[in-house]
Design a protein around this ligand. Structure first.
Ligand code: AKG
Length: 304
């Protein structure tokens, strides 16, 4: 659990927190953040907007339904890879907000404002963490600064039903996230991550007012494998329905991500091919029916 407020204290304290963040990325691939500066009312507003959206009649939500992964907003309830999943979701881009918000639902009326406020705040947190990780990797906090600043933010807003007796469906199949960092809010228990030491599923206990951070595939690429993406899944909660909101942060659509030159040497040769978010969408579109699809594996160089 990282106290983000400590990143803004004196240089020695910042250095310690940077080290803790880098260690968490390296050893686990996930951590929780507290004292991140997003107010309770902004978080509550986004959750209310999300739950009100999912309560709308199906016909209203279906207006956003599409199989086209390149649509600016997409609503869906089904899974395409043969695994029984119980999730409704709305995915939309969020940065730059002025460009994308016009496509977001107008109903419920609070959606654009409340989700927009959350998106701005959560992106600020992602950029702050990114700087700390780049510093921890020895690349310097301003490494490729403009590409991060101009990068994309994709929001995945999820709604899972309460688990009912005899239900065998899970919420969301195991996967790792595209992008560098995902910042995730979850309203209650249901998120599980692969624990690398025991190679088993670990239940993540959400702390009050905390956010979860996942290392994404492109962070593994950029760090040339020094830090690793985390495989996670969602299970249904037997006590209550759940809302989660993931902010996925990457470079702009066509911007390629490569292993940082500074982290490639004779002992640690380059491990991954270069790719962009656009390549990721192409990969997903051409592997829709393949339940073992794994974008990161597809980037791994032979023998790496
Ligand atoms: C995603 O939206 O990609 C997630 O992994 C969501 C995880 C969760 O709902 O806890």
């Amino acid at each position: 659990v990282i106290n983000m407020g400590h990143l803004n204290l004196d240089p020695a304290t910042r250095a310690r927190v940077v080290e803790d963040i880098t260690k968490a990325c390296r050893d686990l691939g996930y951590f929780q953040i507290i004292n991140h500066g997003i107010s309770q009312s902004v978080m509550d507003g986004a959750v209310e907007a999300a739950s009100d959206f999912f309560k709308l009649p199906s016909e209203t939500k279906e207006e956003f339904a599409s199989d086209d992964l390149r649509r600016p907003v997409r609503y869906d309830t089904s899974s395409k890879d043969g695994i029984s999943m119980s999730r409704a979701y709305l995915k939309h881009y969020a940065h730059p907000l002025g460009e994308w918000m016009q496509y977001w639902p107008e109903n419920p009326p609070i959606y654009r404002e409340c989700m927009g406020n959350f998106a701005i705040e959560v992106r600020r947190v992602a950029l702050q963490l990114m700087e700390a990780i780049l510093e921890g990797l020895g690349l310097g906090k301003d490494y490729q600064h403009e590409k991060f600043e101009q990068g994309l933010q994709l929001m995945s807003v999820n709604c899972y039903p309460k688990e009912s007796e005899g239900d065998t469906a899970i919420g969301l199949a195991p996967h790792s996230d595209y992008g560098f960092l995902t910042i995730l809010f979850t309203s209650c228990r249901g998120l599980e991550v692969v624990d690398r030491n025991s190679n088993s599923w670990k239940v993540v206990q959400p702390l009050p007012h905390a956010l979860h951070v996942h290392v994404g595939d492109h962070m593994e690429v950029l760090s040339n494998g020094k830090i690793k993406t985390v495989v996670h899944r969602a299970v249904l909660n037997p006590e209550e329905a759940r809302i989660s909101m993931a902010s996925i942060n990457g470079f702009a659509m066509h911007e390629k991500v490569s292993c940082a030159r500074e982290l490639v040497n004779e002992q640690n040769p380059e491990k991954y091919n270069t790719s962009s978010f656009n390549d990721f969408l192409d990969y997903l579109t051409s592997n829709l029916e393949n339940k073992h699809r794994n974008f990161l594996e597809s980037l791994r160089m032979q023998g790496a």
